[in-house]
Write a protein that binds this ligand. Structure first.
Ligand SMILES: Cc1cc2nc3c(=O)[nH]c(=O)nc-3n(C[C@H](O)[C@H](O)[C@H](O)COP(=O)(O)O)c2cc1C
Length: 148
């Protein structure tokens, strides 16, 4: 499951490319916008990858709403042990790192998901390189899920 919010399309492009990478190794991929995703969707997936634009060094509120809603899965530890990933599109890499940290704290540290270190697209990055990194990231996460 890939869940993302995107204001101007950059994060959406990353989501689609991560999805392509994952599909290329034979897993079923569902891509949902954060606004149309509920916490049961997260709980039912074998792996969850979350993307947000970097807004003020943090996630967009649409993603934070989903994170806060996921407290209903916390008591029963329903996300624990799932493979996870995250990605952001940001103006600067440094601010993107903070956004990634927020997602990794919520799903890795708190929920106990096994997070594969997140990826960042920063303004000015070579678009072809970003696409390759996204596809490889999707492949990596899918292979990790298949191994289990
Ligand atoms: C409300 C808002 C806040 C932003 N805050 C930051 C920020 O703190 N640091 C940064 O480097 N870029 C910031 N940006 C730039 C976005 O992270 C960047 O344009 C990103 O690629 C947008 O992704 P999207 O096309 O998926 O919406 C901000 C943009 C907006 C609209």
């Amino acid at each position: 499951m890939i869940v993302y919010y995107s204001g101007t399309g950059n994060t959406r492009k990353m989501a689609e490319e991560i999805g392509e990478g994952a599909r290329s190794v034979g897993v079923n991929v569902e891509i949902l916008r954060a606004e149309e995703c509920n916490v049961e969707d997260l709980a039912s997936a074998d792996g969850v990858v979350i993307g947000s634009p970097t807004y003020f060094s943090n996630v967009a509120w649409q993603v934070k709403k989903l994170i806060d809603g996921s407290i209903s899965l916390y008591g029963s530890r329903r996300l624990k042990g799932k493979v996870g990933g995250c990605f952001t599109s940001s103006g600067t890499r440094r601010d993107g790192e903070e956004c990634i940290r927020m997602i990794e704290l919520a799903f890795g540290y708190h929920h106990g998901m096994r997070m594969i270190p997140g990826i960042i697209r920063a303004s000015g990055d070579d678009e072809e390189k970003v696409s390759r990194i996204c596809r490889e990231y999707g492949e990596r996460i899918a292979k990790r899920i298949l191994k289990e």
